[in-house]
Design a protein around this ligand. Structure first.
Ligand code: GLN
Length: 192
């Protein structure tokens, strides 16, 4: 298994480290040609969604990423990555990859303008979560499953092979969200 991590901006190294701990190979997607490599899954990290969205478009990666999503390859967005995947960003005209049937509100939790850590449920089990100027999901389409709610706000969702968390599981020593994503990749490969 090999997972491509979008590495144009943001916290991509931390994802690489957590995958290493799990014994899963990964590579950085820094330029368009990196997307020629065979990949079993893609991670879009946290960072600044406006910058990341602009760069993926300018570097000619947007269409290729959309092609991957269409083909069903599992994709996982954390924080800014969730914003990139969303169909709609509240108060903004334009979405980025516009692939998940969700609306997100950016920089949404009042008390997390700095950051905060908490333990809350993800897909039915408690996991450590770090929030940094995180978005939350204000609307979900009918095919979207809610995996976490924190402070009454939706913080993790799944739609088909797309997974998105408002928090940063890669900034904790708890690998369970990455394990969940690896499970999605295994299911996808087994059903091919
Ligand atoms: N506030 C950032 C944005 O709106 C997301 C923050 C993060 O990824 N940690 O793009």
């Amino acid at each position: 298994m090999n997972i491509g991590i979008l590495a144009v901006q943001g916290a991509f190294t931390e994802h690489k480290k957590i995958l290493e701990k799990l014994g899963v190979a990964s590579f950085e997607i820094r330029q368009k040609s990196d997307l020629d490599r065979q990949t079993d899954g893609i991670i879009i990290p946290g960072g600044e969604s406006t910058v990341m969205g602009k760069l993926t478009e300018e570097l000619g990666m947007k269409e290729i990423l959309l092609g991957y999503i269409k083909s069903g390859i599992p994709i996982f967005g954390t924080c800014a990555g969730m914003i990139l995947l969303a169909d709609k960003i509240e108060g903004e005209e334009k979405a980025h990859l516009a692939s998940m049937d969700i609306t997100v509100v950016r920089n949404a939790y009042g008390r997390q303008l700095g950051s905060f850590e908490t333990v809350s449920e993800f897909a039915g089990r408690p996991v450590k979560m770090v929030f940094i100027r995180a978005p939350y999901v204000s609307r979900t389409g009918e095919n979207v499953k809610i995996l976490s709610t924190v402070d009454g706000k939706i913080a993790a969702v799944r739609q088909g092979n797309m997974l998105a968390t408002a928090f940063h599981p890669e900034l904790t020593d708890d690998a369970s969200v990455h394990e969940y994503f690896i499970g999605m990749i295994r299911d996808f490969s087994n059903n091919k």
